[in-house]
Design a protein around this ligand. Structure first.
Ligand SMILES: [Zn+2]
Length: 175
């Protein structure tokens, strides 16, 4: 990020300010939606297994190339779509509640509403290191998208909508 801020250089005792610009583009599209199921065992209302119709959008920061772009909009959209394909129509849950045995996933937890036990095909589950909150799902998607961005992209802010009017954001820079 430092290279995008005003850079101060000392030359022959004088301070010169070199200005550079910070560019970003943003991508919103109805095709960037996905459905998922989840539950949060330690939450009052969300400890019941339920689902959401979600959507993402993103602001992508980076260097503008000779073509006048950071990234083609279609290219940016395609990279966002690649990430949501991995979670679309999946049951997302923290891996501490799940045991994978070959092609089966056994999910079991004692939550606020009682004891839950669920055996589902492993291919229908997406396991997270942490609880499947909006914040953590946004973070997981942002990480995957950023890892798949070309080198001129220096940062990204991902907007994750859990339903219509609420959600979480995740900001990532190149490491
Ligand atoms: Zn929920």
């Amino acid at each position: 990020m430092g290279r995008h801020l005003n850079a101060l250089t000392l030359t022959k005792g004088k301070i010169q300010t070199k200005k550079s610009e910070l560019h970003s583009l943003f991508v919103e599209d109805d095709s960037l939606h996905f459905d998922y199921g989840h539950c949060l065992p330690n939450s009052d209302t969300c400890s019941v297994i339920h689902g959401h119709s979600s959507r993402i959008s993103a602001e992508v920061f980076g260097e503008v190339g000779d073509d006048g772009m950071i990234l083609d909009f279609a290219d940016a959209k395609s990279r966002l779509k690649d990430a949501i394909k991995t979670v679309d129509h999946k049951f997302i849950i923290c891996k501490k509640y799940a045991k994978i045995n070959q092609n089966e996933c056994m999910i079991e937890f004692h939550g606020k509403k009682g004891h839950f036990r669920l055996e589902i095909p492993a291919s229908t589950v997406y396991l997270l290191e942490k609880e499947a909150t909006s914040e953590n799902i946004a973070s997981e998607l942002a990480e995957a998208i950023m890892n798949n961005m070309p080198k001129q992209v220096t940062a990204m802010k991902l907007f994750f909508f859990e339903g219509v009017s609420k959600g979480a954001t995740a900001f990532r820079t190149v490491s």
